[in-house]
Every structure is written in structure tokens, then in C-alpha cells.
Design a protein around this ligand. Structure first.
Ligand code: ATR
Length: 290
């Protein structure tokens, strides 16, 4: 299926999470390995919360070159690794592990992936006011990325305390304050009035509940740039609403491909074939959409 011939020298990478069945990362990475003619393979590993310490030990024991980490392990894996990149530590989430001769290094390519995506889209964050919806691992990566660009940020989350914690941590990082609000229509209306950039980093709108949107229709305006980090479906309810309002939209596949490309580069030391990865991810999502 991948076009990769496995043999005794094949280098193994993979994904640790639960669930992993619908991940598009295997399709994306194996397409990239194949394109560059690398003798690598990327496998999905379903790992329970209880199984995580054993699985991390398994990375060392099995000489797995590297893994991506997804829900629910992005935070709980941190104390199990040997070294954590400073930004990943501040974000509080690791999505990539690199095995260097048995020492495991954790980093976060969600933040850098988001920045690369913005740059590719020609969006200059300086002076921009962003409203970020969500305060989980993905949202924190987006917030730290935006803070590093000098953006003003309002974080809105269903659980207010998590938004406050994120704003506090960012203040320590950036040396300035950020707003944190409960995610509700009243607060959204106020935040979107000021915001030029809106990022949905909640899981609302993800298949199978694709018709849900975190934002009421009337609040989106032509002047907004709307980013949805949900990539399944490719066109979420939020993105359709935003398009109808005349706003510019960016779907989640771009950030996904960028974080994947940066992971690939960490493991292989080779430049990732970004477009190959993006196409493979889009094709895999379409398969799940059917
Ligand atoms: P990820 O690693 O993808 O960020 P996560 O850490 O589980 O995943 O975060 C999911 C985010 O989506 C959280 O901000 C969550 O809000 P809570 O902190 O209140 O749980 C948000 N989210 C999930 N379901 C939601 C819903 N039905 N309404 C509003 N927000 C929701």
C-alpha cells in the first residue's frame, strides 16, 4: 500500500495515542518516506493511559527512531522522556519524540507548524489581534506561536480555569498579559469585535459531529481570517459559515502537514516533501469522510 518494501534494516517511526484508527499520519509519513526513497515505515500504535510508560520504554527497547504523540498522551509523556525542548515544556505538550541512541527527546511541532502555515499564507502576526478558541494542548501550542509573533490574544474556553492557566503561562513566557474568557456567545461577540484572526482549536466540528460550530453565524465578518485546526472534515461547519460571511478561511490540513513535515525532518534529517504529505493527508481524510 505504501510502496515501501520492509526488510531487516527498515527504520520504524509511529504514532502513540488512543484512538489512532482515524489518524492520517501513517498515510502522510509513509508517502513522504516513499517519495524520498527512505527505508522507513510509520505505524499506528494504540497506547492506553496505563500502557504509556511501557510503550515509552518500548521506543528504547525496540529502537524505534521516533514517534508522534497524540490524545491523550501529549502532557503525560513529558516526565517519561529524557529531555524536553524548552518551548514544549512551556506549552506543556510534546507531540514528537526523537530517539537519539536510547535518549528520548521531546519537542512540539504544533506551534512551529502553525507559524509555518501562517507564513505560507502571508499572514504577518505583528499587531494582529487573535481570538483563540480552546485551551487544550493544541490550543496552547497555537497561543504560544501567536504570542511569539507579538499578537494580542484573547483565549476563550468552555472551562474558564484552563483559559486562565494558559494566559498565565503565556505571560511568564512573553512578559505581557493576555485575556482569558469563558467560551459563550456574549464573550465571543466582544472578542470577535476586536479580533482579525480567529482560530478554532477546540474539537468542535470534528467528525462525526461535523455540523457543530463553536461560533454563532452572525458573529463572523468579512474582515476576519478564520483558521480551523479541525481537518476532518476538510470543510468544517465553521469554515462554511466563514465563507458565507465573506471571510478568508484556512483549514486544518495545512497545520497538520506542517507539523508532520517538521517531525519528519527531526527523525530523518532530510527536508520533508511538504506537498506530498499534504496530498496524502487530504486523500486519507477523504477516505474517512466517505
Ligand atoms: P487537543 O490536544 O486537541 O487540544 P484537548 O486537550 O482534549 O485536545 O482539548 C480539547 C479542547 O476542546 C478543550 O479546550 C475543550 O474545552 P474544555 O477545556 O472545556 O474541555 C474543547 N472542547 C471539547 N468539546 C467541547 C465542546 N463541546 N464545547 C466547547 N469546547 C469543547
Amino acid at each position: 500500500m505504501t510502496g515501501i518494501e520492509l526488510n531487516g534494516k527498515t527504520v520504524i517511526c509511529g504514532l502513540m495515542g488512543d484512538p489512532v484508527e482515524h489518524s492520517v499520519s501513517p498515510a502522510m509519513h509513509n508517502a513522504a518516506f516513499h517519495r524520498l526513497g527512505l527505508n522507513y515505515a510509520y505505524l499506528p500504535f494504540r497506547v492506553s493511559k496505563e500502557g504509556l510508560p511501557g510503550a515509552v520504554q518500548g521506543i528504547r527497547a525496540l529502537h524505534i527512531a521516533g514517534v508522534n504523540v497524540t490524545i491523550p498522551h501529549k502532557t503525560s509523556i513529558i516526565p517519561l522522556l529524557d529531555e524536553i525542548d524548552p518551548l514544549a515544556r512551556r506549552i506543556g505538550a510534546v507531540n514528537v519524540v526523537h530517539n537519539k541512541s536510547g535518549r528520548l527527546f521531546g519537542s512540539n511541532t504544533d506551534a512551529d507548524g502553525f507559524l509555518r502555515m501562517l507564513k505560507e499564507q502571508g499572514i504577518d502576526g505583528h499587531g494582529l489581534h487573535a481570538a483563540v478558541l480552546g485551551a487544550g494542548g493544541a490550543s496552547r501550542a497555537v497561543c504560544f506561536a501567536l504570542a511569539s509573533l507579538g499578537c494580542e490574544i484573547t483565549i476563550l474556553n468552555r472551562t474558564l480555569q484552563k483559559a486562565l492557566d494558559c494566559a498565565d503561562d503565556m505571560e511568564k513566557y512573553a512578559g505581557r498579559t493576555f485575556s482569558a474568557l469563558e467560551l459563550n456567545t456574549h464573550n465571543l461577540a466582544a472578542a470577535l469585535e476586536e479580533a482579525g484572526l480567529i482560530v478554532n482549536a477546540t474539537s468542535l466540528g470534528m467528525a462525526p459531529r461535523a455540523d457543530e460550530s463553536p461560533i454563532d453565524r452572525g458573529l463572523l465578518k468579512r474582515r476576519h481570517i478564520v483558521v480551523d485546526i479541525v481537518y476532518n472534515p476538510v470543510k468544517t461547519g465553521l469554515l462554511s459559515q466563514a465563507q458565507k460571511a465573506g471571510a478568508r478561511t484556512i483549514g486544518g490540513l495545512d497545520m497538520l502537514a506542517w507539523q508532520g513535515a517538521l517531525s519528519f525532518e527531526i527523525w530523518t534529517g532530510r527536508r520533508a516533501p511538504l506537498d506530498v504529505m499534504r496530498r496524502a493527508a487530504a486523500k486519507a481524510v477523504k477516505r474517512y469522510e466517505k
